[in-house]
Design a protein around this ligand. Structure first.
Ligand code: MTE
Length: 770
């Protein structure tokens, strides 16, 4: 169920295809089963690759033994010694080896690779390898990492550290009526894309290599491959196959997998395919960072916050991967949607002997927003105020500043909040549900959240994205390195290009990313594709129209200044000359296709200081409010989400139906994070590595969604779009904890809020609602 709202002020802009819910371009192939995922594509003569892994969290490799009774001549075996280049996966840092050489740092760390002509032989070969490891004492928690008894990374196990300050926190604490302190914890979360990780590498005659796979960031892999294989850029090609979900899990990890497949393919001199099964995928790939976040908040009796001191720690796992940037985003979202006049936020990511954590939808924000939203509920509970009152008192409004100095440009936080409260009938239901008697109790909880669209700080300038448009006689091909992984980028970017060119949507063809054809428009991360890459596409369309005008001027012998382009037609002083495809066909007949590039241009007036973590962190903020209703069985602690009202400001919704899909999907993933999804770790090992023992919400757990899109356009995004893909996940965790608190009276300070957590709260002395 869904409802939509479109503000009247933006209606005029929706005359073309932007703002229309056109059918997604991949819909037909996907529903008919025609879409080819990596394991569906035939590669004649292909061998199968597999990985020998560590079974201890930390240790010294003393020997790798190949069983002499196995016929090794039939397979190819690779250890770190056989690598053609540096044993490093180049990401933000180069601290992660391609294959562990002397030391292993997590259970499931790759140590050796095998390729075989059949799956059966591969299985037998993997069994015939024994790795001897002398165990070392591992570091398995944030506390152990900070204690520093065992140092596994740098001098102090700290992978990254940032600090942000605003005002004078210590002075402001003196003015507070009360200081409220609480520590919040969140666990791992598994991306659980439907299609596991998979890559095929094909050796080329010129010594280069081509990789086809399930991935989010073709040029990340391209950079990591050229580094690891010592190859020039033109000898490495990365192509995206239809990708069955990524959720961040196919952002950093595919670089390692692609290198593994390529190293084997270059040695076998044939295509090599590595496809993980679910268990291997779950134990060895990156997850959401667990967190420990301590809040100390100085508050006036009426709920006004005067100061806030936050100590935020993420567990990065064994290597850096993207922890530096995840931490930065976590820090920059740590005070949520509130105006905090005096703030001090210390953020650290630490190393532990657990599989490296990496990108996951939300990128550090779900952890810090959970802590902030729960702290707002804690303040309300402590002061005997309503959670709504406390939020209203402190909401960010236009002109207010975040602790890192950036000024807020709109009143989105207030607007989504009030609208969600109104349409969900929050106050009435809160009173009604409070009267529930018996074991089944209903509860209603609210969360308020935001998301900065695009890369943090100067990230977009560093990437300096480019796109290419290729005009043929009857269509425009769009080349970008941004993938469609289910979120709808192929459709939305084609809508933006069609609207920019004022041609029918069907005349634009999004071409799946291929680094030999598409320029680097950056990775498919940070909810940047629609907002930021869309804007680059628009620049390309302006350039293409400019080039066509030059041809029109020549063909019709008219002065360039007299030519206008309106609704797909070139005019001379108001008189129609030719339409877009008349000119396209003529150019094609004359000189073949025409190509133009679109370039990133950094918006004026935005500045960022990386060292001090100060300035304009993001080009625009999307806002969201979530009002969740649940039923809790207080005998069994079973939680049933009933209804979820989500109001989000996404700037202009390029394709409203896809946008609503993102909100529903992201919110559900956030609810799973909030009460269901538990990764059990024991001695550095994931214990539940299957779909049968890792629970995510299914259709049975799905509440009735009421989604409303509020559109407050952002001048920095394409047609006013803001980053949308990740934001809805940020609201699920705190909303479910708040709704469970209302139903039960128990205040959970950790996610997920499982039955065990609620039982522990009772045993600790928290009182149930009477
Ligand atoms: N939606 C689907 N269906 N599948 C996905 O893998 N990834 C999410 C989100 N929505 C994802 C998704 C993540 S991690 C990101 S960063 C954004 O989509 C990227 O979307 P955008 O850059 O196109 O906004």
């Amino acid at each position: 169920m869904m409802e939509q709202l479109k503000s009247e002020s933006t209606e005029k802009e929706f005359l073309g295809v932007v703002g229309k819910s056109v059918t997604r371009v991949d819909a037909w192939d996907k529903v008919t089963g025609r879409a080819q995922y990596i394991d569906d594509i035939p590669f004649p003569g292909c061998w199968y690759g597999g990985t020998v892994r560590s079974d201890v969290p930390r240790g010294k490799i003393v020997g790798i033994r190949q069983d002499p009774s196995f016929n090794w001549s039939k397979v190819v075996f690779v250890t770190a010694k056989d690598l053609p280049g540096p044993n490093e996966v180049a990401m933000v840092r180069c601290d992660m080896p391609i294959l562990a050489e002397d030391i292993v740092n997590y259970v499931s760390e790759p140590i050796a690779l095998v390729a075989a002509p059949t799956k059966a032989l591969l299985k037998a070969a993997l069994k015939a390898v024994k790795v001897e490891i002398e165990p070392l004492e591992p570091v398995l928690s944030i506390e152990e990492a900070l204690e520093g008894k065992n140092v596994i990374w740098g001098d102090d196990n700290v992978l990254a550290k940032f600090e942000v300050k605003r005002g004078d926190v210590d002075e402001a604490f003196k003015e507070a009526d009360i200081i409220i302190e609480e520590t919040y914890r969140t666990g791992h979360q598994e991306q659980l894309y439907l299609e596991p990780q998979g890559m095929v590498a094909l050796p080329r005659d010129d010594g280069g290599v081509e990789v086809v796979g399930s991935l989010q960031c073709p040029y990340y892999i391209h950079g990591a491959m050229t580094h690891a294989l010592n190859l020039p850029p033109d000898k490495v090609v990365i192509k995206q196959a239809v990708t069955g979900g990524g959720f961040g899990g196919k952002e950093d990890f595919p670089s390692l997998l692609a290198i593994h497949a390529a190293v084997l393919a270059l040695k076998v001199k044939r295509p090599v395919k590595i496809i993980y099964d679910r268990a291997e995928d779950m134990v060895s790939t990156t997850k959401r960072h667990p967190s420990k976040i301590r809040h100390r908040t100085g508050v006036k009796k009426d709920g006004t916050i005067v100061a806030q001191d936050i100590d935020l720690i993420l567990d990065g796992g064994a290597y850096t991967t993207l922890s530096i940037v995840v931490l930065q985003r976590s820090l920059l979202h740590a005070t949520g949607c509130y105006n905090i006049p005096n703030a001090r936020i210390l953020a650290r990511a630490v190393a532990t002997n657990t599989p490296p954590n990496g990108a996951f939808r939300g990128f550090g924000a779900p952890q810090s927003i959970f802590a902030m939203e729960r702290q707002m509920d804690k303040i309300a509970r402590t002061l005997g105020l309503s959670p709504i009152e406390v939020r209203r008192k402190n909401l960010l409004k236009s002109g207010d500043a975040f602790p890192f100095g950036q000024r807020v440009e709109d009143d989105g936080a207030r607007l989504v909040f009030e609208r969600a409260l109104a349409i969900s009938e929050y106050e009435r239901k809160r009173t009604e549900y409070s009267k529930d008697q018996g074991p089944k109790r209903r509860g209603i909880g609210v969360s308020l959240f935001l998301h900065g669209g695009g890369f943090t700080g100067s990230g977009e300038q560093r990437i300096n994205g480019k796109i290419k448009l290729r005009l043929t006689g009857d269509e425009v091909e769009l080349y970008v390195s941004n993938v469609d992984m289910g979120q709808g980028a192929a459709t939305v970017l084609a809508q933006i290009a069609a609207q920019g060119l004022k041609i029918p949507f069907e005349k634009v063809r999004y071409c799946p990313p291929d680094t030999s054809k598409a320029p680097d428009s950056g990775p498919t991360v940070a909810s940047r594709t629609t907002m930021i890459v869309g804007k680059i596409v628009l620049r390309g369309t302006e350039k293409l129209i400019g080039r066509l005008k030059e041809h029109v001027s020549r063909y019709f012998d008219v002065s360039l200044e007299d030519i206008a382009y309106e609704n797909g037609v070139f005019l001379e002083n108001g008189t129609p000359l030719a339409d877009f495809f008349d000119i396209a066909r003529r150019i094609e007949g004359e000189s073949g296709s025409l190509e133009v590039m679109g370039n990133y241009v950094h918006p004026q007036g935005l500045s960022w200081d990386d060292e001090k973590c100060q300035g304009d962190a993001y080009q625009g903020y999307a806002w969201g409010a979530n009002v969740l209703e649940v039923e809790v069985d207080t005998d069994t602690w079973e939680v049933r989400p009933l209804r979820d009202t989500v109001v989000v400001d996404v700037g202009t919704a390029i394709n409203p139906l896809l946008a609503v899909g993102q909100v529903e999907g992201g919110s559900l993933q956030g609810l799973g994070y909030g009460y269901l999804e538990v990764i059990e770790m024991e001695g550095g090992r994931y214990r539940n590595n299957r779909l049968s023992n890792y629970a995510i919400p299914t259709s049975v757990d799905c509440p009735d969604f009421f989604v409303e899109l509020m559109e407050i356009p952002c001048s920095k995004g394409a047609f006013g779009a803001k980053g949308l893909g990740e934001m809805p996940l940020n609201g699920g965790g705190p909303a479910v904890a708040a709704a469970i608190e209302h139903a039960t009276g128990l205040f959970a300070n950790r996610l997920p809020v499982t039955g065990e957590v609620l039982t522990a709260l009772e045993q600790k002395g928290d009182e149930r609602r009477s």
